[in-house]
Design a protein. Sequence first.
Length: 359
Amino acid sequence: MLQKLEDVERRYAELEGQLIDPEVLGDQKNYGRLAKERADLDPIVRAYREWKRLRDDIDGHKDLLEADDAEIRELAKEELPALKERSSELEAELKILLLPKDPNDERNTVLEIRAGTGGEEASLFAADLFRMYSRYAEEKGWKVEVLSSSDTGLGGYKEIIALIEGNGVYSQLKYEGGVHRVQRVPVTETSGRIHTSAVTVAVLPEAEEVDVDIDEGNELRIDVYRSSGPGGQSVNTTDSAVRITHIPTGLVVSCQDEKSQHKNKAKALKILRSRLLERAQAEAHAEQAENRRTMVGSGDRSERVRTYNFPQGRLTDHRINLTVYNLEKIIDGDLGGVIDALNTHFQAEQLKASEGDDS
């Protein structure tokens, strides 16, 4: 670890020198790239330099334990435990800071929510989850834009796809993917029986045009048709809805929310690019080859990452054995505690794996 930290500090010093070079200052693109690299290394270097200062302080205090003055010896003895504790905290922090960064962490996110098993109740819960993520996004200062939706006319969604834009969105939401199970008494249930329904959530990093090369002329089939609302009701008298088929992969995306065919096409392409990027990244990493299929599953009740039990006011995340009893607040968007627990767990798993590789 020490060698890695020294290499990082050396690179940081190189970057600081390059960023005041007139030649670099005159090339804004290169300057921006180098400035970002320095900013990424900054927390590691700050923590490493503090840790080195602490090690010097600890060594100095150990020397003072041998001092002739009894008062100085006692003072050094009293201060040493706190210095050692802070040093240990920084070591743990540095191990995490040195973990390989997920290249998608700073990207915006395409969030896909679909009703699974459970009929109308699943659709209503899909709407509840969308509101939950929207309120969490609002609290974080993120922007939410609906790209595509298919509502039931009763307040639920068969499917809703949204783009969430902001700082580090993907890093916060990437573990939300999977089957979310709900247990509650549906509003349509007259006998008061608890029903179990399921909703699938997929979290995809937003793809830029440079990430995915699409030959629109040869690889896409674009069909336009008249938008329709729940039950086949016509909501638009023009052929503004767009269905895009990516011929090489067979992926199909439809958008009809906008009255403009051009806007629907742009939104459909955004979704398609993100799905293609996710597919390409999964194929590039063998261990993630079934990432999206595993994440979404079939929507069956048994394939779950999380259970929301309303009669008990309980949320359970089955991947990390987390159970909390503030379900009402969580559904209202207070999701930070759950997301932090997931990030901490998977960070620890990554750390364990990296220590295993080093041994």
